[in-house]
Design a protein around this ligand. Structure first.
Ligand SMILES: *[C@@H]1O[C@H](CO)[C@@H](O)[C@H](O)[C@H]1NC(C)=O
Ligand SMILES: *[C@@H]1O[C@H](CO)[C@@H](O)[C@H](O)[C@H]1NC(C)=O
Ligand SMILES: *[C@@H]1O[C@H](CO)[C@@H](O)[C@H](O)[C@H]1NC(C)=O
Ligand SMILES: *[C@@H]1O[C@H](CO)[C@@H](O)[C@H](O)[C@H]1NC(C)=O
Ligand SMILES: *[C@@H]1O[C@H](CO)[C@@H](O)[C@H](O)[C@H]1NC(C)=O
Ligand SMILES: *[C@@H]1O[C@H](CO)[C@@H](O)[C@H](O)[C@H]1NC(C)=O
Ligand SMILES: *[C@@H]1O[C@H](CO)[C@@H](O)[C@H](O)[C@H]1NC(C)=O
Ligand SMILES: *[C@@H]1O[C@H](CO)[C@@H](O)[C@H](O)[C@H]1NC(C)=O
Ligand SMILES: *[C@@H]1O[C@H](CO)[C@@H](O)[C@H](O)[C@H]1NC(C)=O
Ligand SMILES: *[C@@H]1O[C@H](CO)[C@@H](O)[C@H](O)[C@H]1NC(C)=O
Ligand SMILES: *[C@@H]1O[C@H](CO)[C@@H](O)[C@H](O)[C@H]1NC(C)=O
Ligand SMILES: *[C@@H]1O[C@H](CO)[C@@H](O)[C@H](O)[C@H]1NC(C)=O
Length: 629
């Protein structure tokens, strides 16, 4: 769940959802300098920045992804989201094309019942629950505002059940009270929401549970004490009663993993916690290792008191142990998406029997979705939301995995406290294997993204500072750019910066580059949008995320070298997702204005030299919503 109070603002602040895609044919000339976009007619900017391959509702505000599941009857995968009137959703048979669950884009569950008079927040689904039907456990909200910065309103958030008998189009609330009616006794909570239901063999073993028991984690925290996950276990077949097993994970308030370099801050309040197992290529991870994704909230917003200005979208791996209470103890932690506006990630185990997996020949996998806030969590004051008619998007579906980096030189780069990796197979050899979380676009989604016309841009060796235009420009703002970038050993610790300038013309450009000085991928948005000069609420701040390129000796090579930077940029109009080396994601908005801001150039700052290879541009992407027109 994004901040409860932000959701509350949505509930009161938004008009009814669009029945049809709005159109206003008043011409705006994207070859001329932009006016103040806030002065234009409602919906007149609907298409300007709208992505086409992403999941988002037809109009209005989108928030946290939730309600994902594979319908056991049809094999369709469902993905939902928070919207102004409750939770909305869509289904897919291939992780490429989506169909709205309600034709009008309306909600599959809305607030207003006895348990949820003022709000319905994130929920997750037992695919085969009550009566064998998809059953939603969601946060039912009775009092607002709720935020970790203010005293908690008693009874504010409870967890309730609703069942769908119509293929997920409508979830019918049980005519009864909540199944988790209150936070544990004596806990002065900062939040108590986003129940996530899961089964887990490692918890079964540690707790001596019936195999296949359901568990729930509720995310939140304790005032003046720090963030927590509250763990529960199924008590009865009807999912009515939940045995409290304690705060299985708790961190001190505003503390960090190590010094915070790799995994931000644990903050004051956890949100949207997911728990899952991952196996590597050899089919296993240590018996007691489980994975978590979570959102953390950690600072005040000066302008909007009950919204956190800073959030981190994190992951952690850790050991499950039971000495007295069951506990989760992190062993490594990292950032699932480094984007400032990327938050509230949530996913689901997607079985091989899901239609999408059957078509792709994929095994069981964990697919994760992250929200990209469209207005800086409500802090982008003046953003032309009515002119655009929609706000925010979900990011591309990502497969999470336990990733191995082989042949890594055992030097100071691999040993670091608070890192987002661990060393495996550490033996007498001078090489080690590193394990970390793999984050990649789901296979079939990626294959569809690059299925359009593509061209190869000749590689370059650059040593001079400047930009070198591609021989050819894409014809639109919908593209995937991939490249392998190699650096000499002397680049380590140097001031080298290199990458690409995209969405560029003489008036605008966005620069995405790797910077050795602090091992970061930067997205420089200072010149991204001419509209930022005329219109409020269009961000220009840089984005940054950490990626360590280790020293490796690839099979067959003699000399150590810096790992090649494997970069993939997905440009879906104004949504930019940056992926690297199967273990890095950073998503952001790049809201160019001019029609001709489509050029691409190589970028290098002239420190040392750099080699760009395997540069491919795939054009067009695809329309994820064929039924919406
Ligand atoms: C379309 O835009 C024009 C010009 O801004 C405005 O006058 C008109 O009311 C708009 N039409 C609709 C249907 O919103
Ligand atoms: C709970 O924490 C809030 C915020 O620190 C405080 O105002 C309140 O008195 C606390 N309540 C109890 C019962 O300790
Ligand atoms: C959803 O189900 C509830 C309970 O059966 C019903 O009251 C409501 O009208 C349904 N909503 C829609 C939009 O079908
Ligand atoms: C330990 O678990 C019990 C329930 O078994 C719970 O009441 C208690 O609060 C837990 N302790 C902590 C620190 O979570
Ligand atoms: C949490 O710690 C960070 C880093 O020191 C600081 O910037 C932030 O203001 C702290 N949050 C609060 C609410 O004190
Ligand atoms: C996904 O793609 C990767 C890289 O192309 C490939 O190694 C892997 O086998 C694919 N997995 C599936 C399930 O198709
Ligand atoms: C434009 O949208 C705003 C905000 O949704 C609304 O208050 C206003 O009435 C709309 N104007 C028109 C002409 O529809
Ligand atoms: C979007 O446009 C539709 C159709 O014009 C309108 O009904 C709706 O209120 C608009 N919503 C927002 C959030 O601007
Ligand atoms: C990691 O932290 C431990 C305990 O604080 C310390 O003993 C050790 O030297 C640190 N290791 C590195 C590589 O910083
Ligand atoms: C030592 O570890 C390296 C890196 O994982 C591996 O290639 C090598 O086979 C291992 N050697 C032995 C003797 O296990
Ligand atoms: C792009 O369009 C702008 C505005 O019409 C124009 O000034 C510029 O010369 C065009 N070409 C390039 C490469 O920017
Ligand atoms: C743009 O127009 C809006 C609405 O008239 C106004 O509030 C805002 O101050 C203007 N912004 C700029 C940067 O001129």
């Amino acid at each position: 769940m994004k901040t409860a109070s932000a959701a509350a603002l949505l509930l009161v602040g938004q008009a009814a959802c669009a029945a049809v895609r709005p159109r206003n044919y008043t011409t705006i000339d994207y070859n001329l300098a932009p006016p103040n976009l806030s002065t234009l007619a409602n919906s007149s900017l609907y298409d300007l920045w709208r992505p086409k391959a992403h999941v988002l509702p037809p109009s209005g505000n989108v928030g946290d992804p939730c309600v994902q599941y594979t319908d056991p009857k049809t094999g369709s995968f469902h993905v939902g989201w928070i919207m102004s009137q409750g939770l909305g959703g869509a289904m897919t048979d291939d992780l490429i094309h989506y169909q709205d669950l309600r034709e009008d884009g309306g909600p599959i569950i809305s607030p207003g019942g006895v348990n949820d008079p003022v709000g319905v927040f994130d929920g997750s689904v037992f695919p085969s629950g009550i009566d064998g039907m998809p059953t939603l456990l969601y946060t039912s909200v009775s009092f607002l505002p709720i935020h970790w910065t203010i005293p908690y309103p008693r009874g504010g958030e409870t967890q309730s059940l609703a069942v769908s008998y119509d293929g997920g189009r409508n979830f019918t609330k049980l005519n009864q009270g909540p199944v988790i009616p209150d936070a544990p006794f004596g806990v002065n909570r900062t939040g108590f929401r986003d129940p996530w239901v899961f089964q887990n063999s490692k918890l079964d073993a540690a707790l001596d549970s019936t195999q296949g028991a359901w568990y729930v984690v509720v995310s939140g925290g304790v005032h003046d004490d720090g963030p927590s996950q509250f763990l529960y276990r199924q008590y009865d077949p009807d999912l009515q009663y939940w045995e409290y097993l304690g705060q299985w994970w708790h961190e001190p308030a505003n503390s960090t993993w190590g010094d915070g370099t790799w995994a931000g801050r644990w903050g004051f309040n956890f949100e949207t916690g997911n728990i899952f197992n991952l196996n590597d290529e050899e089919g296993s991870s240590p018996d007691d290792e489980v994975f978590v994704t979570l959102g953390t909230e950690w600072s005040y917003a000066p302008a909007v008191p009950e919204v956190s200005a800073n959030h981190d979208q994190l992951w952690a791996a850790g050991k499950v142990s039971k000495h007295g209470n069951i506990t989760f103890t992190p062993t490594m932690a990292g950032t699932l998406d480094w984007g400032i506006s990327a938050y509230a990630g949530s996913g689901k185990e997607m079985p091989s029997t899901s239609q999408a997996s059957t078509k792709a020949g994929a095994p069981d996998r964990f697919i994760s979705w992250v929200w990209l806030s469209g207005n800086s969590f409500g802090m982008a004051e003046g953003f032309p939301a009515a002119q655009q008619n929609w706000t925010g998007s979900l990011l591309l579906p990502r497969e999470l995995s336990l990733r191995t980096i082989p042949n890594v030189v055992k030097n100071e780069l691999v040993h670091e406290n608070g890192s987002s990796w661990r060393v495996a197979h550490n033996n007498a050899s001078s090489l080690v294997q590193i394990k970390t979380l793999g984050v990649e676009i789901a296979n079939e989604t990626y294959n569809a993204l690059v299925s359009g016309p593509s061209y190869v841009e000749p590689g370059r060796n650059l040593s001079q500072a400047g930009v070198v235009p591609f021989n050819r420009s894409p014809s639109s703002k919908f593209q995937v750019i991939s490249a392998n970038i190699s650096f000499p050993q002397s680049a380590r610790h140097s001031g080298l910066q290199s990458g690409f300038q995209i969405l560029s013309s003489n008036h605008e450009s966005t620069t995405v580059y790797y910077q050795f000085s602090n091992e970061s991928i930067i997205v420089d948005r200072s010149n991204t949008s001419a509209a930022a000069q005329t219109t409020d609420g269009i961000e220009t701040v840089n984005e940054a995320g950490r990626l360590r390129l280790f020293d490796v000796i690839p099979d067959g090579a003699q000399q150590k070298q810096i790992e090649t930077l494997e970069l993939t940029l997905v440009v879906d109009n104004a949504v930019l997702e940056v992926y690297a080396n199967g273990r890095f994601a950073l998503s952001t908005w790049a809201r160019s204005w001019y029609a001709n801001s489509t050029d691409i150039s190589f970028f290098h700052n002239g420190v040392k030299d750099v080699t760009f290879g395997d540069v491919t541009v795939s054009e067009g992407l695809y329309d994820a919503w064929p039924a919406r027109h």
